[in-house]
Design a protein around this ligand. Structure first.
Ligand SMILES: [Fe+2]
Ligand SMILES: [Fe+2]
Length: 474
């Protein structure tokens, strides 16, 4: 999707969200509506003119704008969620705006939609009639298509937890962004909010870590730093849990991981995002980020929320056992436990994420292989073993080829270490160019003769197959 269309699409969803919300507060004659409607009209009509018409359609959990799947931005998540929920509740699946609209048309449309009774099968025709009575013929509405097996299957009883996880995930990404922006603007950053989110994440990880681990496959955002911080925090928490940390310690670890690269907010963007390698001076500056991070933390207003362990963890996160890392120290020092945990999570996430548009990331398997080679000198071997236990030999989100010639996405690690090579996978069927979610399979399942029904042959590179892994975890 071209960036311009994607931006307008996101904008459209946000505007509709606001309008639908407002329609439930004010009656349709209220003057307060005028401005909101005018703003929305600008976006909608711009799209209609640009595209010669505008269809917004729900397909499963995605929104399509004129046949293009809309990717939501971090800030857009709440609006997407709201629009999907409200339309789905009313069993409306598609709205087509055929011509540019005026204020009255848009207002009548929104109020008519929100007046629909939830869960009524005939809503699409009721809605059509309502619009016809208002002499609105330029808008077409269609019923929601319910896909077979969509509502049950993979995530039914997990659905609520997944929803919470998603919310925490995106909220945390947003909050990190906020903290960084505040620090850049030399304003006070609110770490208490981060702490609350870290506590929620700890809770989720204790309940079922696979959900949050799945979210780490979301690597297709522009907001690399924010996303990276949250992923590092999820991996660190999963490791901390296996180390038997208390909730309090886990929360501290979560905060340290979230803030581990906070020092980078003091480094100019041009250097951070430089697509080519750094020169000596730039490297020198980059290497300062752990120390800058400590400085930022110690200057925080709510320093009371920050424990020395957090500060040391951040200071240590590039310090290696063999002292090849940074910052350079005058005296030998053990790398702290937090530091060693974050290092592993950090290396893995950095390697598996495309950093700039040109570089293809390593597959999970390749990244783990590199880390195994670096253990001892750079990474703590015991913690690395624990980390592999967390992500499995086939980490959540890996694309795998099965002996049945099917493609699968690793969905959940097998909790039994004996079956590390037999995780749960989602079978992906490639219909035309689109990949469709099929069924969730447990690879420990055997047939009548005691043979495994399916086994993993090898991992594949999702970039080559053009499969958007993150989609399967949202
Ligand atoms: Fe770092
Ligand atoms: Fe990092």
């Amino acid at each position: 999707m071209e960036p311009d269309l994607s931006r307008l699409g996101n904008n459209l969803v946000t505007k509709l969200h606001v309008l639908m919300k407002i329609s439930q507060i004010y009656d349709s004659k209220n003057v307060a509506l005028h401005q909101f409607i005018q703003e929305s009209l600008q976006t909608i009509n711009a799209l209609i003119k640009k595209e010669g018409g505008l269809s917004l359609k729900i397909v499963k959990n995605d929104l399509f704008l004129n046949e293009h799947r809309l990717r939501y931005s971090v800030e857009g998540f709440t609006s997407f969620k709201y629009l999907l929920t409200q339309w789905k509740k009313r069993l409306i699946g598609e709205v087509i705006f055929k011509e540019p609209m005026d204020e009255t048309t848009l207002r009548e449309f929104v109020y008519a939609m929100m007046s629909l009774e939830e869960g009524r099968e005939e809503n699409a025709s009721v809605f059509t009639e309502l619009l016809a009575n208002l002499s609105i013929l330029s808008i077409e509405v269609n019923a929601l298509e319910v896909f077979e097996g969509e509502e049950e299957g993979i995530t039914l009883h997990k659905e609520d937890r997944r929803e919470v996880a998603k919310k925490v995930f995106f909220e945390t990404v947003g909050t990190i962004e906020e903290v960084i922006t505040h620090i850049k603007g030399k304003q006070h950053a609110d770490v208490r909010k981060l702490k609350r989110l870290a506590q929620k994440a700890v809770h989720l990880v204790m309940e079922d870590e696979s959900i949050l681990l799945g979210m780490t496959t979301i690597k297709n955002y522009d907001e690399y730093t924010f996303n990276h911080s949250v992923n590092v925090s999820i991996y660190s928490l999963a490791m901390g849990r296996r180390l038997g940390f208390s909730r309090k310690t886990l929360t501290e670890l979560g905060i340290a991981a979230l803030l581990h690269d906070i020092g980078k907010s003091r480094i100019p963007k041009e250097i951070l995002n430089k697509p080519t390698s750094f020169d000596e001076g730039e490297w020198g500056l980059m290497k300062k980020h752990p120390l800058l991070g400590v400085e930022i933390l110690l200057n925080l207003k709510q320093l009371g929320e920050i424990n020395p362990r957090i500060v040391i963890g951040i200071f240590d996160h590039h310090l290696r056992k063999d002292f090849a890392g940074y910052p350079k120290l005058f005296r030998k020092k053990e790398v702290s436990l937090f530091g060693r945990i974050i290092q592993i999570a950090d290396s893995y996430d950095a390697m598996t994420t495309p950093k700039n548009y040109r570089r293809t990331p390593y597959t999970p398997e390749q990244a783990l292989a590199i880390m195994m080679r670096e253990r001892g000198a750079k990474l703590d071997p015991i913690l690395l073993k624990i980390f592999i236990g967390v992500v499995g030999i086939f980490p959540v989100g890996s694309l795998v080829l099965l002996n049945t010639h099917e493609l699968g996405i690793v969905y959940k690690a097998n909790p039994d270490p004996k079956w590390m090579d037999r995780p749960q996978v989602i079978i992906v069927e490639r219909a035309g160019k689109k990949d469709v979610k099929k069924e969730l399979i447990d690879l420990t399942k055997t047939d009548g003769a005691g043979q495994f029904k399916r086994s993993i042959v090898k991992t594949l590179d999702p970039n080559i197959y053009h499969i958007d892994i993150a989609k399967y975890f949202l």
